[in-house]
Ligand binder design. Sequence first.
Ligand code: GMT
Length: 376
Amino acid sequence: MKLKIGIVCYPSVGGSGIVATELGKLLAEKGHEIHFISSSMPFRLNKVYSNIYFHEVEVNQYSVFKYPPYDLALSSKIAEVAKREKLDLLHAHYAIPHAVCAFLAKQMVGEHLKVVTTLHGTDITVLGYDLSLKSIIKFAIENSDEVTAVSSSLVKQTYDLIAPQKEIHTIHNFIEQKEETGEDVSLLKKEYGIKEGEKVLIHVSNFRQVKRVTDVVRAFYHVQQKVDAKLLLVGDGPEMTAVCYLVKDLDIVDKVLFLGKQENVDDLYAISDLKLLLSEKESFGLVLLEAMANGVPCIGTNIGGIPEVIEDGKTGYICEVGNYEEAAEKALSLLQNDSLYEEMSASSLRSVWSKFSSKDIVAQYEELYEKALNRV
Ligand code: GMT
């Protein structure tokens, strides 16, 4: 059945916005009509699609308001779009405020409008600890028609922390198979000053404290003492200053490339040998899929959804949070053994397409939408 779906998401570069936008694009390709409702154009919506619409939420600032009432403006926009476009279903990405606003809009529109909520991580693992928000997150989950989380670990954490009386389905994040560009990336290596035979390690994140980027730098420090290597740091955020100081203190300025925010990360993975994601909280780790899809094995920490993505000893390695020496040892064991490396790179590719391909995951969402719509 072709559906009219409203997608409510953060438009930002973060993982939840990427998943929501890519899902909307793939659903549109399958013939569904998609209406994005957000504060600005989702950044990956970079071309015209005949059955994708974008509705911008605008908040008026009146002097009586201490804070602009974004949540109310969003709820009212969702209700307006749902009524006018006769939406069947809303898919809210992130519990706060999106699932709450979707619920409010449903009250304005009618019971026939179904709400599916996807939990992405920090809406539970950070906000769930905030006592002022915990009960409204629980309320949003329990009042959604269907709820998903991006890993089994996040499902468990949600029950442990919020205890909602609601079934939560695991639907993993996904990646779309792109056509090979056949581009020669050796030029890019040259432009970055990466020498022949030098190993390239990469870290991509929003440089928030939970990502522990300083652990990545420390692990790299040990690695480059044993093999010729460069570290690509991609992204920007609050921890950047601390990271820069550490790179200077460790005297590895000439070996660390700060690339800032980058849109085309595939080209960077194509010149990389190993990815490090040493976070202390990570509900899934979408960036791991991007690396694996380019045949780059990953080393990640034993928290959240990371062990659901990296198979320890097969597609990469898992290590303890904070133990950057262990991460460095595992990185070296891989970088110094060509046949093991080739095997892990091939396993990463096989695993990403057998477990996380967009085709399978989008079908799982469609099945859940049908289930929500068949509810009475
Ligand atoms: O990782 C971030 O800081 C961004 C965050 C977000 O809310 O967009 O990402 C979360 O959702 C992604 C998509 O589902 C997951 O891949 C990330 O693991 C998750 N981040 C955390 O749990 C810290």
